[in-house]
Design a protein around this ligand. Structure first.
Ligand code: S3P
Length: 173
């Protein structure tokens, strides 16, 4: 297992905000897989989905994950669907400590309904879509993760500190 910290979880769980804080506090490099995809393709996520479709996006996602195998002492935050592929779940575990950031369905909905940058939730009934995606994915997050943290009532700072404490145990710092 590598010595990186990897955040997985549903859209709106706070992976990027908490991940950035953890990286800052530890002096680790921070990598956001969605940002790498946007850089590589030169397209925003919504446009990737509308032009090329979800499967193409998933292919980019796996490509990015494979390329991260060289990382050492980094914090990686991932897109909410990264756990869908079995290959990805294995690649995640190889990278290091996998942290599943969860939040109540209510909290997630509040957070995601604030922005329109998530193509999978641009449906007639985003609430029902979120519920269905959560149902489908929860077992996959659980399978991939070694540490689960419910961020519903935590500040980003408190969540970051809890993850750093867990990483200290996992890596015996
Ligand atoms: C997705 C989540 C998004 C982004 C894409 C697909 C998903 O990332 O990767 O829109 O399938 O849940 P965030 O979880 O950072 O919003």
């Amino acid at each position: 297992m590598g010595n990186n910290i990897v955040f997985i979880g549903f859209m709106g769980s706070g992976k990027t905000s908490v991940g950035r804080r953890v990286a800052q506090r530890l002096g680790f490099q921070f990598v956001d897989t969605d940002a790498v995809i946007v850089d590589r393709t030169g397209l925003p996520i919504v446009e990737i989905f509308s032009r090329h479709g979800e499967e193409w996006f998933r292919e980019q996602e796996t490509g990015v994950l494979r390329s991260l195998a060289v990382l050492n002492r980094a914090v990686v935050s991932t897109g909410g669907g990264i756990v869908l592929r079995a290959e990805n779940r294995e690649l995640l575990r190889d990278l290091g400590l996998v942290v599943w950031l969860t939040a109540s369905e209510e909290k997630l909905f509040q957070r995601v309904s604030r922005n329109k940058k998530r193509p999978l939730l641009q449906t007639a009934d985003p609430r029902a879509t979120l519920h269905a995606l959560l149902e489908k994915r929860s077992a996959l997050y659980a399978e991939a993760a070694e540490f689960t943290l419910d961020s519903s009532s935590l500040t980003h700072e408190a969540a970051a500190l809890a993850v750093i404490a867990e990483a200290g145990r996992a890596f015996s710092w």
